[in-house]
Design a binder for this molecule. Structure first.
Ligand code: ADP
Length: 158
């Protein structure tokens, strides 16, 4: 059984995340979404809320589980018996940081492979930050986030 981990801040989960998660879940036996604590990024949503939103968004897919972590990603991967880290690539600008992290993670644990999934063109411009920015100014974010997130964002910013 091959288990893949999709790590991220998910502050909040967007349609772009959902797209890569769904595509990846067709390739692996099990997918663990790893919501990272990451206080240095000053998230809008608490860890609990981010996990809750991801859980609600993926609840129809039995192959996907959600967990959170603090600390080294490779330790989280090992804890779940996974062998693959999945990261999404939107633009060339994502590449440098992703390349560095993949190399470092391989150095920390060479049994774990990082695989990259290209963003679908319709979501290539989408990030949690732009969604928050649009929502903050009252713009329409339907279609950019799962429906449950649309509601939570409006509540959070009200
Ligand atoms: P991080 O803080 O780890 O970058 P994010 O929640 O921003 O966490 O992203 C998690 C993962 O999802 C990353 O691999 C990122 O590249 C990917 N991702 C984010 N938005 C999109 C998108 N629109 N399309 C495809 N992948 C995406």
């Amino acid at each position: 059984m091959i288990v893949a981990v999709v790590p991220g801040s998910f502050d909040p989960i967007t349609a772009g995340h959902m797209d890569i998660i769904k595509r990846v879940s067709n390739l692996y036996d099990k997918v663990i979404i790893g919501v990272v604590v990451n206080p240095s990024k000053k998230p809008l949503f608490s860890l609990e809320d981010r996990v809750k939103m991801v859980k609600e968004a993926i609840r129809d897919n039995k192959k996907i589980e959600v967990d959170s972590f603090n600390g080294l990603l490779v330790e989280f991967v090992k804890k779940h018996g996974a062998r693959v880290i999945i990261r999404g690539l939107r633009a060339v600008s994502d590449f440098e940081h992703e390349f560095q992290m993949a190399q470092l993670n391989r150095r920390l644990n060479s049994d774990v492979e990082t695989m990259f999934v290209m963003a679908s063109p319709e979501y290539a411009y989408l990030s949690s930050s732009v969604v928050k920015e649009i929502a903050q100014y009252g713009g329409n974010i339907s279609g950019l986030v799962p429906p449950n997130v649309d509601e939570s964002l409006r509540d959070a910013l009200a």
